[in-house]
Design a protein around this ligand. Structure first.
Ligand SMILES: [Zn+2]
Length: 383
């Protein structure tokens, strides 16, 4: 596991800590009537989001939640998991999903009864800890949290489906047959890995599911420092064809170990929401963890039409366009720093951008967003 970018939220200054400390005591989850700053409101301001309290080095959680909350398709999916539990038992096993749903609704100012300026993630953290995750460890980052969250939601969907179908929880039945009633995560896509035997030309394809594509930066000694990197180029490079050896060919019978394959990655199944993680952690020759500060350009619209799987040799590549919803940025160095998010308002669609840093929220311009240094990018499919 990579060490976290973020260790010391405290570095961001005593003033911020004071704000968090004074705000934390009156922010509640689940018991809004007991807390003074949580108002019952029917008049929603569409231009308002709630901030998230830092529970002690938890900006990696807050940043991910703000980014996810900007994706309407994701929110709809979380809602659909929680729809009509057929029994209390089926509903009770969805603790993390329920906490997440509540958090999304409150920070987006879309909860039917709760309106808050600040919210805390304590209940969500506790539910994840019940699933065995250690969130108090200092080695955490936003990408790891994203994976942790989706693994846990999967576990809960699986458990719910088993309860609904009367299957024992311990029964290790294939989840794909058990969970048919719930569609898979909108972030789930498939990476097609096509192998072509260079001896006989035989082709085979393997599909691997992903929720987030983790894209490496070119090695420092391999890149021209004067060339600006961009997401489209990094994605293409990540998927680029390469030769691989020592793979058994199902078709030809050459067994002298000299069979070489051409391996080509592409997007086999496109997700509705596309999450890209830029691998900025690197190790020096001395074994020290460093952070790559490379500037990576990205655009509001991302066309992935040229990396979609096709079994044809040529053809018209149709554009497949995604629109930017959120950017997670890491500020600081490898062993200290802070995560912030630029995100759209989930309600107003394209119009509005916000900058969120734990409890602090302000509006932002698209120009400012596009100048940020991306660690994770969240896109939603639009065509
Ligand atoms: Zn072959």
């Amino acid at each position: 596991m990579l060490k976290s970018f973020l260790r010391q939220y405290w570095l961001t200054g005593a003033a911020t800590i004071a704000v968090v400390a004074s705000a934390a005591y009156y922010v509640a989850i689940g018991e809004p009537d007991n807390f003074q700053n949580v108002k019952k409101s029917k008049n929603k301001s569409r231009n308002k989001l709630a901030g998230l309290v830092n529970e002690g080095n938890t900006c990696f959680i807050n940043t991910t939640l703000q980014a996810l909350a900007s994706c309407p398709i994701f929110i709809w999916w979380i809602d659909s998991i929680l729809e009509k539990p057929s029994s209390d038992a089926a509903g009770n096993c969805l603790e993390t999903t329920s906490s997440l749903n509540l958090t999304m609704a409150v920070i987006n100012n879309q909860h039917p009864t709760i309106s808050a300026d600040l919210f805390n993630t304590r209940q969500l953290i506790q539910s994840l800890e019940k699933h065995g995750w250690n969130l108090k460890s200092e080695e955490q980052d936003a990408h790891e949290f994203f994976n942790m969250l989706f693994t846990t939601i999967d576990e809960e969907i699986n458990k719910k489906s088993k309860i609904v179908k009367g299957i024992s929880i311990d029964d290790e039945q294939d989840t794909t047959t058990v969970c048919q009633s719930i569609s898979s995560s909108p972030f789930r896509g498939n990476l097609a890995s096509q192998l072509c035997c260079l001896t006989c030309g035989h082709k085979s394809v393997r599909y691997d599911a992903f929720e987030c594509l983790s894209i490496p930066l070119p090695k420092l000694d391999m890149r021209n420092a004067f060339t600006m990197l961009n997401v489209q180029g990094l994605l293409k490079q990540f998927l680029a064809a390469e030769t691989v050896g020592e793979v058994q060919c199902d078709n030809c019978s050459v067994t002298n170990g000299k069979i070489v394959f051409m391996k080509q990655l592409s997007l086999g199944k496109l997700p509705q929401c596309l999450c890209l993680h830029i691998q900025r952690c690197d190790w020096t020759n001395a074994g020290q963890l460093t952070k790559r500060q490379d500037l990576v350009k990205f655009s509001e619209e991302l066309n992935v039409g040229n990396v979609v799987y096709t079994n044809r040799l040529s053809g018209n590549l149709k554009p497949v366009t995604y629109r930017l919803r959120a950017v997670v940025e890491h500020l600081g160095m490898a062993d200290s720093g802070h995560f912030v998010t630029f995100r759209r308002n989930a309600v107003d669609g394209r119009a509005k951008w916000f900058y969120t840093s734990d409890t602090y929220i302000r509006t932002a311009t698209l120009e400012e967003v596009l100048k940020s240094s991306p660690y994770m990018l969240f896109y939603e499919r639009c065509a």
